[in-house]
Write a protein that binds this ligand. Sequence first.
Ligand code: NDP
Length: 333
Amino acid sequence: NKQIILAERPKGMPDQNTFRFVKQDVGELKEGQVLVRTLYVSVDPYMRGRMEDTESYVEPYKVNEVIEGGAIGEVIDSKSDRFQQGDVVLGMFGWQEYYIANEKELRKIDPSLAPISTHLGILGMTGLTAYFGLLDIGQPKEGETVVISGAAGAVGSVVGQIAKIKGARVVGIAGSDEKIQYLQEELQFDEGINYRSTKNMEEALKEACPDGIDVYFDNVGGEISDAVFTQLNRYARIPVCGAISSYNLEKTDLGPRVQATLIKKSALMQGFTVGNYANRFNEGAMQLGQWLQEGKLTYRETIKEGFENIPNAFLDLFKGNNVGKLLVKVADR
Ligand code: NDP
């Protein structure tokens, strides 16, 4: 059984030395347990936070322990009444080829409804993050302008499409011309801004948002957000979902103060984690599934192949080498 453990806590950007591949016996199944063979693993920006030894909403990873994270697998042996061989399951078993799970740790997935990988993306954690963050905190209304940073990623691409469903004008910020083209042509965003090639973000935003910005769904923080803040409308809402631009900074970059803007604009800025909405996950997943079926939502996945490529895939998140949800396919079903 191959596993990937945290070899050392990274300082700044993680690299190959952050991780180590090890081999371990799988162990014996006990009553109430199932043996799972991993099919897909999710790599997510929040995992960078768990590599730090600091208090957060999830426990830090321990050095020399397997990197935990969302994964999909197939039951290959079972001593549980709830699961049978061949069942497809979702769990947090993370970066390992096989895993002995207690039955309570797993949720069964119906492979006939949608491709199983979608339960790590649009129908899973990142889709739900988009759904609740935008609708509960952002509350876009018809005709309002919604700006999204990290717009071509797993969360951002869903946020923009939901905002379109709600009748908003949608402007996405992302890091390449290909991504902007994807947003405008495939996802029907009204405008897109490539922050890497744009010299003056404030001007570009002014042009893309002639009526100002009513909702800013923030996935990245930093200078991109500083520019967005200059264009906020009165009573703007800002769901603070992520701050990936700061995850690898050794010293937190405070940047310009936004308080004065919040006051002047009576704007609401609220951080959240998707876990806050755990008791509404069913509602969110049903609605996302319905929109998907109706063709109102589409999605892309960037799927890397092979267990040995998991660390590289994780590092790709910080290079912007993904459109939509980034996953690693470890084995065929
Ligand atoms: P994405 O699929 O969006 O992948 C990350 C993307 O971030 C990259 O593709 C890259 O795109 C962009 N990026 C990387 N570095 C920078 C940088 N320095 N400045 C600006 N953009 C950068 O990941 P997710 O959709 O999974 O996550 C998006 C955000 O949402 C993250 O911040 C994550 O932590 C957060 N999140 C929060 C949750 C919550 O519960 N609050 C749950 C899930 C995610 P580009 O080419 O455009 O630069």
